[in-house]
Design a protein around this ligand. Structure first.
Ligand SMILES: Cc1ncc(COP(=O)(O)O)c(C=O)c1O
Length: 405
């Protein structure tokens, strides 16, 4: 067996299952889960229609092996979307690739860029990650033979990573830095000044930046979130040196089951990434390619989806803010609330008494620099319909009031 597998940590949802194992939730209430960050708004018909017609055409979209690089029309759809959304002019042939969602792409990127030292006693390369963070970053680092380094986060700036706190000795060992903007769980968007700082560090120390942007289309401010490649272009870095952005349809278009996204960026990384992916076997089904083209070409459903989240957050956030320290994020579909005490105990008691599931913040972070930044926080995914989220919020308000009384 690969010994690195033993380094993997239990997934947060497995830890949640264990946390709740001995609880029978109050049967008076029907279960509501704000635990899993899985989009639950309806999949747009234009996407399912495109998929069905790709299956039914002759020869069927299932009758041939797809190329790992995807059809030219698919990469053209990515490029046109990047042009509309970020004002970028990109070469579809060399600067982008389809991926089966950003999760596998994050994993594969680490396997492609991390170079293990030949001396087994040499220090391991580092993959620098935010903290709290999306757990795949850690697993991708560990299975690539690297060590994750978790950057301290700044509660005063909605848990944005404090890049300036990372010592040069850490940057010197770093081969991959993962940025998550908009962030999961706190929803902060990284400003241009921080991108500039990270590009300068990447130039100085030679590491690759993987920019996880899967929440980029769900935002609550007037300005759409700044993308990593958009930031690079604004700073005159038109070759996107050492930068790869990862974008997904899962949240933008409510198709987490379709497994579709793309990466774009530095052509000098895209080329070996394609080679890696050819062997890994992660070509996108032609049927999914057809549905993805339809999704990337349409913006109306994205505007509608965003409006649904905005209306839902506008109702739920003030209700919860009455009893918890919580604010509307820049973007994403989570509320990241301070519960003023033990986050796991809060989640257990809420589940037991009111049958509402929330994720303890400490499960989404690691102890680093002597501190787990998720302690005392909970993550609530507002993915269900508004009525269900409002009902969950009412129960949380009642629970919090009775608990502190
Ligand atoms: C921060 C972050 N990145 C990536 C993903 C993966 O999404 P997908 O593989 O569906 O694109 C998720 C999913 O929840 C996420 O929260």
């Amino acid at each position: 067996m690969n010994p690195l597998l033993s380094l993997l940590q239990p997934y947060p949802f497995e830890r949640l299952r264990q946390l709740f194992a001995d609880i029978t939730p109050n049967p008076v209430y029907k279960p509501i889960s704000l635990g899993l960050g899985e989009p639950r708004h309806a999949t747009p018909k234009l996407i399912t229609d495109a998929m069905v017609s790709a299956i039914n055409r002759s020869p069927s979209g299932l009758a041939s092996y797809p190329a790992t690089a995807g059809e030219p029309a698919l990469r053209e759809a990515f490029a046109q979307w990047q042009a509309r959304r970020y004002g970028l002019t990109l070469d579809p042939a060399t600067q982008m690739l389809p991926v089966l969602g950003s999760r596998e792409a994050l994993f594969a990127l680490a396997q492609t860029v991390v170079s293990r030292p030949s001396d087994p006693n040499a220090p391991k390369p580092l993959v620098v990650c935010p903290n709290p963070f999306y757990q795949i970053y850690e697993g991708a680092a560990l299975l690539a033979g690297a060590e994750p380094y978790f950057v301290a986060s700044d509660p005063a700036r909605n848990f944005a990573p404090d890049w300036a706190s990372v010592p040069d000795a850490v940057w010197a060992r770093t081969q991959l830095l993962i940025v998550c903007s908009p962030g999961n769980p706190a929803g902060a968007v990284m400003p241009l000044s921080e991108w500039q700082m990270l590009f300068e560090l990447s130039d100085r120390f030679g590491f690759v930046i993987g920019s996880d942007e899967c929440y980029s289309e769900i935002y609550f401010r007037d300005e759409p979130p700044l993308g990593g490649m958009e930031a690079a272009a604004k700073l005159g870095r038109h070759d996107f040196k050492n930068l790869i952005s990862l974008t997904s349809l899962s949240k933008r278009s409510n198709v987490p089951g379709m497994r579709s996204g793309f990466v774009a960026g530095d052509a000098a990384i895209i080329k070996p990434f394609l080679l890696y992916r050819t062997y890994h076997g992660s070509a996108m089904s032609p049927v999914v390619q057809a549905a993805s083209i339809a999704a990337w070409q349409d913006e109306a459903h994205v505007v509608e989806n965003r409006a649904l989240y905005r209306a839902k957050f506008a109702q739920v956030t003030p209700m919860l803010a009455e009893v918890l320290n919580v604010a509307l994020p820049d973007a994403g579909f989570y509320l990241w609330a301070d519960v003023g005490g033990d986050d796991a105990a809060f989640a257990r008691e809420l589940y037991a008494n009111y049958n509402v599931t929330v994720l303890p913040g400490s499960f989404l972070a690691r102890q680093a620099q002597g501190h787990n930044p998720g302690l005392g926080r909970i993550r609530m995914a507002l993915v269900a319909d508004t009525a269900e989220c409002v009902e969950a919020a009412q129960r949380i308000v009642e629970f919090t009031k009775t608990r502190t009384r």
